[in-house]
Design a protein around this ligand. Sequence first.
Ligand code: PLP
Length: 298
Amino acid sequence: MVISKLSHFLQTITFCNKANNEVSFSILRLDQLHPVISGNKWFKLLYYLEEAVEKKFPAIATFGGYYSNHIAATAYACQQANIKSIGIIRGTQPTVLSHTLQQAIQHKMELHFVPKTAYKNKETIVNQMPSCYWIPEGGYGIKGMLGASLILKNLPEAQQFSHILTAVGSGTTLAGLVYAALPTQHVWGISVMKNNFQLEKQVSNLLLPEDSNKNWKIFHSFHQGGYAKQSSSLFHFMNQLFSRHAIPTDFVYTAKTLYAAKQLLQQNAFASNSKVLIIHTGGLQGNYSLPKGLLQFL
Ligand SMILES: *Cc1c(COP(=O)(O)O)cnc(C)c1O
């Protein structure tokens, strides 16, 4: 897949605004990029994949959990690039595989299940398979950041926005957006994990000092109970968003980010006349782990 101009993935969106302070929102629908490898994952993988192919590695290996969008995306991208893929999966092999893992297998990924304690020791796992090209978990790294920076670089309208919002897992995407942003722009990350205060350091470790000083921050109060935690208010919000704007979201990342945007608006966090760009980072395949009927769009 070639990434060209992303302009046609822009959609405007309005939230009920009691503060009435003239804030406008647009959403970059990267979920529409591709049915399988949507959102930020494709961007993050790009330069890793390029290097693995260039250096003729026999296989690409990476890490992830049962529901990892990164695993699903890596499996598909490797199949497309005609390179063998191996997924090191956190936890013992379940009797019924998640939709994510089934899909990874369909795309010819070889899965290795590693119990949680052994999984922590990634270096040992890597050393056992030295011929593989290893992509860090979540695509975290300089190459992942540079790939993610293409999200803004390929969007000519990007410079018009005062704020850019994204979900934060490993912080790689946020770092890429900061890297590509103007010094005048505010890049805000919504952490989907509870109390993950390592994130700021994880992001600055990827950035050059001059970029580290840009206007970026991570909000830690919109996780809705913690990573992948479900709540009826979140599902209600997702269904409402879909019926009003035809925007499907995933319950782990993008729903929390849009919910945060709405709440930040109500808290008057944006100055008057702010123009906010929300990145829809995709990840819709994660919704298949939910019971049927919860969401209007599954
Ligand atoms: C992986 C993922 C993220 C988090 O991206 P990071 O670069 O790890 O911070 C955000 N949204 C979706 C949908 C994802 O799948």
